[in-house]
Each structure stands twice: as C-alpha cells, then as structure tokens.
Design a protein around this ligand. Sequence first.
Ligand code: PLP
Length: 393
Amino acid sequence: MNNRELFLRHVAQTSPAPLAIEITRAEAATLEDASGRKYIDLIGGISVANVGHRHPKVLAAIREQLDAYLHVMVYGEFVSSPQVQYAQLLTQYLPSSLNSVYFTNSGAEAVEGAMKLAKRATGRSQIIAFKNSYHGSTQGALSIIGDEYWRQAYRPLLPGVRHMQYNDFEMLEAINTQTACVIAETVQGEAGVRKPSKEWMHALREKCTATGTLLILDEIQTGFGRTGSLWGFEQYDVVPDILLLGKALGGGMPLGAFIADRELMWKLTEAPVLGHITTFGGHPVSCAAGLASLKALLEENMIESVAAKSELFLQSLQHSSIKEVHSAGLWFAVRFNSFETNKRIIDRCIEKGVLTDWFLFAADSLRISPPLVITEEEIRKACEVMLEAMGDE
Ligand code: PLP
C-alpha cells in the first residue's frame, strides 16, 4: 500500500473528499508532491505560511531550540526564554493595553481561553457572536461559529450565545450589561473575506465600552500582514479588549494566543486559581519558530509589498465567470455562480499546479491566501492558470 492508500485507511478523516496530495517538500510559495510535481501555493496552509514555507530564519531558530530543550514543564510554571522573548516582541507591536500574552496550542484553544476570561472578568455569561463567523471546532468555539449546519449535530452547546448580523448597526441594541463579550473576526474569513465598515467597528467598540462588555477580536486569519497591515484592527482604528492569534503566529508550528491587559488577564489566577491550564501551549519550539517568523516578517518588510501584490491579483483576475471578488490585502474570495463551477475550476487549477480551495461558508468562492512572499512572477503564472481553468464556464 502506498502512503495515499494508508492515509485514507488509517489517518482519521472528517472530509469526505480530502485533497490527499502527498507533499514531500515546501519552500517559500512552492509545494512539491511525491511525484515531483510543483504547485504554486495559494492556500498557505490556510493563512499559516505568511513568511513562506520553511523560512531559513525560522528553520535556524527551530534547530537552535532543539539543541536546548523541548517540552520541560506545563505552561506557565518555568521561565521559557522563547515564550518570554516572543511575548515581549508581540506586545511591542501591539497597543499598550494588549500587554499580556497567554500562549495556547491552537486558535480554538485561544478562543476557549478568551471566552473563559470574559466570563470570569465580567461575572456575566451571555456571549454575542456573528452569523457566518468561524472560530474553531472545539465545543465552546463551535457554539459561537455562525452557521447552524455545523452546530446542530452537537447540541447541547454553550448556553447564552446569540448570533447577530455582522456589520449591522441594529445588532448593537442586543449588547447590554448582561453581555460578557462580543466576539468577532476583524474580517470574516470563511464567510468569503467580508470586511466590516469602519463606522460599524467604531460603534461596536463604543457599545461594548458603554456596557462593560469585552470586545474580542479574532485575528487568527487576519493577523501577521494578511490584510496589508500587521494586525487587521489597525485599519479600523479600534483596539479590542482581548486579541486572538493563531495560524501564522507559529511560523509553521502549532501555536495560538489570547492577549489582554495584564490586570484583566490576571483574573485567571484567582477564584479559581489556574483559570486556564495547558500542557503544551506555548511550546518552546513553536515560540522560537514564531518569534523568528515575526522578526523575518518585520525585518524583510514583507507587509510593504502586500498592496502591490494584491492589486496585481485584482487586475489579473478578470473573467466573465467571476461574479465578484472580495479581498483584504493578500486574501481573496473569488465568487462564481455555484459550488459546482467553483469546484471544477479548483480541480483544474490543481491539475495545472496551482493549489487553491473554497471557503467553509462560501463554497461558491475560490480561496486565495498565499504566503506573503509569493513573487509577482508566481502571481502572474497562478492567475494565468486560474483564468485558463475558468475557460468558458
Ligand atoms: N478563528 C479563525 C478566524 C479561524 O480561521 C480558525 C481556523 O481556521 C480558528 C479560529 C481556529 O483555529 P484552529 O484551527 O487553530 O483551532
């Protein structure tokens, strides 16, 4: 049996039709499979590989940490230099109120930690989330994702959760002194890259402040330059009470984080103590990789090229089968008339060496979220392939 057959037989799947491509090498924005076929990667591990696959500085940091120590103690007991250094660098590039970092294993665990913190700090239990939002697959995160199809089989879920319309001023009325937190993606990803208006973000921030409700912004996909600024919320002139990071945070290694003001965060140390516990959260190798990755992102000015590269995609993607394109920096949802059309186009792209897929809540839209280091030549080539794949759809 080859690896693909063994994968289908012994590696648990929840996708009824996994891509099942065996990648044997990855570099910058290129993936290579077991047959030697090369792909331009327009998925980037779903917004993980922002600095490119296997960035040399990330590899060097991982190697250095391997020679020092791996896991030595559960989270938060020992002083771990990669954690400390990374928390310091992150907070240096965040507003002063976001100064305390709790590292987790994943994005969903960061979501869980943030919801617990909001309940603990406010003494309230109601949570407001948004339709078509995605926050992860654990039961708490699942309770707040904004699509009933994905939730219904797993009830009972968290009580006290209400799903409101994103970017809607009327929903603000629902926020009151019973609300522990509002949790929103800064740009809704799996809805098909949907941006809020600046006015709505401001109004949301104001209503949260007025009612003592904590505003949690999920930047798990929007962080680390994806939307053209280091953090998505910079473009909306708002500061969340709790910020969620994941995906690109670990430079290709598993890592998540929820970040808040120290005074707020330290509520988790009392009544009860150990308000969030994790064995592997903030793993030293993940933190070393993430730290090197953020340094590379900043030192190599990767974010500066996002606007021009974004424009190149937008100019090149002109075809009669495209209904609309939603974009935020190097992140695009290219919408067609149906999932079937989208799927045919995606399959042809993959056959021709361009890796892409669709969005969870926008199956009619093709995903583009490449490593930010993708070259202009690669963008032109990928667009050529995509247009050819659209053919006479
Ligand atoms: N939040 C957002 C916006 C995401 O896109 C994701 C994952 O796709 C998550 C949370 C969950 O992250 P993880 O898959 O690391 O648990």
